[in-house]
Design a protein around this ligand. Structure first.
Ligand SMILES: Cc1cc2nc3c(=O)[nH]c(=O)nc-3n(C[C@H](O)[C@H](O)[C@H](O)COP(=O)(O)OP(=O)(O)OC[C@H]3O[C@@H](n4cnc5c(N)ncnc54)[C@H](O)[C@@H]3O)c2cc1C
Length: 461
C-alpha cells in the first residue's frame, strides 16, 4: 500500500487530530540534541492501546516502518524517523490511571511525563524513585524503552527495577498485557523485560504498573571537593557504610564540568572554590531528619578527617539543596560548545582514572584545543564524557569515538551505561556484547518483528 493511501486509511480510522503531516510535523523539533525539524512522513497520536494496535495492524500489513516517540529527550538518535517512516507519538496517552496506596503501585499510560508521575506519587506521600534532568519532558514509555538510569540508581536500581507490569503492542498489532502489580511473579518467562531497554525495536510500550516506595521523611545533601581520584571510591564506601543504606546518589564532577556549570552564562555560583580536581554530590534519603542529619554530618566529618574529602558543604535548606542539584542538572551549558559529542560509558570504578587520563592524552594529541567534560553517576560505574573538538563532521566524530570506545573492552566496559544504543552507538555494540549475544538479539528481533517495521536500524543493523 502506498504511504499516502495508508495515511488516508489511518486518518479515517483514528479521526481528526490524530494524524499530523506536512508543516505540523516539520514545526516540531526532533530532540534535545539535534533540534532539527522532525523528518517523518507523519506523526500519529493514538489515544489508547486499541488505537496503537490498530495503527500497527495497518502498518504491519503495509510493511510500513514505525518509530515510537516519547518526550524526544533520548541522547543516542534512537527516535530518528526518516522521511519514509511514520512516527508514533504517545503524547496523548498521558493518563495516570490508578494509584494503589496500599500496594505501592501506580498504573500509567506510556505518554505520562516523569515529573507528573513523581508529583502524583508525592501527593500521596509516596515516591517514584526514578529521577533525571529531563524529568519535565521524558515520558515513561521512553524511560522504559531506554531502561533509563538517573540520579538514584545506587539506591533503587534502574527503570527495570521499578516496573512491575507492562503492556506492549507487538509489530502486528497484538496486545501483550503483562500488567501484574506484584514484585514476585516467577510464572514462566518475564516477558516485560523484553520491552524494557529495547528502544522500541520489539514492541510499543503502552501502559505500565510502576513500583513506588514511601516518600522519604528526611533528606541530607552535601557537596564535597576531593583532591585525588583514589579518594573517590574510598569516599563512596565510607558514605555507603556510614549511612546505613540511605545513600541514594553519589555524583562526581571533574573540574572542567564544575567550572562550566558555575561560571556565567551558567546561573549557579560556585558552592566551593573552582580549584579542586573532583567534586561530589552525596544525597541520602531516610526517615528521621534530626538523627540522620547528625549522622550524615558525622560521617562527612570523618571522611574529611581521613583526608578523603578536602572540603565539604552541607545543604541546610531546600533551596541550598536545589542549588547543589541545579549545578549537576545544568547540562544545557554544553550547548556553548556546539557541536559536541556525548558519551555514556560504564566500567568498574577502579579503571576510571586511567581511562580518563588516556582518553584526554589522545584527544590532546589528535585534537589540540579540544574540550572534554567528565561527570557521571560514579556509584553506578557510569561516566559521561562530552567532547568538543571544533568541527562536527563524521570523520571527527568517528575519530573521537575510536579514542573513547577502543579503551573499553580491556576494562570490561560498555559503550552505553544508560542512554541506550539507538543509531549512534550501533556500530560499537559488538565491542561490549559477545557474538552469541548479538545472534540471540537478532533472533529475538526476527521472531518479534519479522518484517522489521519497528524502529528499523536502531540497536541492530
Ligand atoms: C537533560 C537530560 C538529562 C538526561 N539525564 C539522563 C540520566 O540521568 N539518565 C538516563 O538514563 N538518561 C538521561 N537522559 C536521556 C533521556 O532522558 C532518556 O533516554 C529518556 O529515557 C528518554 O525518554 P523520552 O520519553 O524522551 O524518549 P524518546 O527520546 O522519545 O525515545 C527514546 C527511545 O525510546 C523509544 N520509545 C519512546 N517511547 C516508546 C514507547 N512508548 N514504546 C517503545 N519505544 C519507545 C524511541 O523510539 C527511542 O528509541 C537525559 C536527557 C536529557 C535531555
Amino acid at each position: 500500500m502506498a504511504l499516502n493511501t495508508l495515511l488516508e486509511a489511518l486518518t479515517q480510522t483514528l479521526g481528526p487530530g490524530a494524524v499530523l503531516t506536512g508543516s505540523e510535523v516539520r514545526s516540531r523539533s526532533a530532540g534535545w540534541i539535534s533540534r532539527e525539524p522532525i523528518e517523518a512522513a507523519a506523526i500519529l497520536r493514538p489515544r489508547d492501546t486499541a488505537e496503537v494496535s490498530r495503527i500497527l495492524q495497518f502498518c504491519h500489513a503495509a510493511g510500513q516502518p514505525v518509530v515510537a516517540h516519547g518526550g524526544l529527550t533520548g541522547l543516542v538518535d534512537g527516535s530518528h524517523a526518516h522521511a519514509n517512516e511514520i512516527a508514533l507519538s504517545l503524547e496523548l496517552m498521558n493518563r495516570i490511571e490508578d494509584l494503589d496506596e496500599s500496594g505501592l503501585t501506580m498504573t500509567v499510560q506510556a505518554g505520562a511525563v516523569l515529573q507528573a508521575i513523581q508529583q502524583k506519587a508525592e501527593s500521596a506521600g509516596l515516591l517514584f524513585p526514578l529521577d533525571l534532568g529531563a524529568r519535565g519532558s521524558a515520558m515513561i514509555g521512553g524511560l522504559i524503552s531506554t531502561n533509563a538510569g538517573g540520579n538514584r540508581v545506587i539506591r533503587y536500581g534502574m527503570t527495570r527495577n521499578l516496573v512491575l507490569g507492562l503492556e506492549a503492542v507487538l509489530a502486528d498489532g497484538t496486545v501483550v498485557s503483562s500488567l501484574y502489580p506484584v514484585i514476585k511473579n516467577n510464572s514462566g518467562y518475564d516477558l516485560k523485560q523484553l520491552f524494557i531497554g529495547s528502544e522500541g525495536t520489539l514492541g510499543i510500550v503502552t501502559r505500565a504498573i510502576l513500583r513506588l516506595v514511601p516518600q522519604p521523611r528526611s533528606q541530607n545533601t552535601a557537596f564535597l571537593a576531593v583532591n585525588e581520584f583514589a579518594h573517590l571510591p574510598l569516599l563512596l564506601r565510607e558514605l555507603s557504610a556510614g549511612l546505613g543504606g540511605t545513600l541514594s546518589a553519589f555524583e562526581v564532577m571533574w573540574n572542567e564540568f564544575y567550572r562550566l556549570v558555575t561560571t556565567p552564562p551558567a546561573r549557579q555560583s560556585p558552592v566551593l572554590p573552582q580549584t579542586f580536581p573532583y567534586y561530589v554530590i552525596a544525597d541520602a534519603l531516610g526517615s528521621d531528619q534530626k538523627p540522620e542529619q547528625e549522622r550524615f554530618e558525622a560521617v562527612l566529618m570523618a571522611a574529611v578527617d581521613k583526608g578523603l574529602a578536602a572540603d565539604c558543604v552541607v545543604a541546610l535548606s531546600a533551596s541550598e539543596r536545589a542549588a547543589i542539584w541545579a549545578m549537576r542538572d545544568d547540562v544545557d551549558q554544553f550547548h556553548q560548545f556546539r557541536p559536541w559529542f556525548g558519551f555514556d560509558v560504564s566500567m568498574p570504578i577502579r579503571h576510571m582514572e586511567t581511562y580518563v587520563t588516556e582518553v584526554r592524552a589522545q584527544l590532546n594529541a589528535e585534537f589540540p584545543g579540544n574540550v572534554c567534560f567528565v561527570f557521571g553517576h560514579m556509584g553506578d560505574g557510569n561516566l559521561h564524557l562530552n567532547v568538543h573538538v571544533g568541527g562536527g563532521d563524521p570523520e571527527a566524530r568517528h575519530a573521537v569515538e575510536e579514542i573513547l570506545y577502543s579503551r573499553l573492552q580491556s576494562r570490561q566496559g560498555a559503550v552505553s551505561a544508560e542512554h541506550g544504543i539507538g543509531l549512534e552507538k550501533r556500530a560499537y555494540l559488538p565491542l561490549c556484547r559477545t557474538p552469541e549475544e548479538m545472534n540471540l538479539m537478532r533472533t529475538l528481533k526476527r521472531a518479534m518483528d519479522p518484517k522489521g517495521i519497528l524502529n528499523p536500524g536502531k540497536v541492530l543493523a
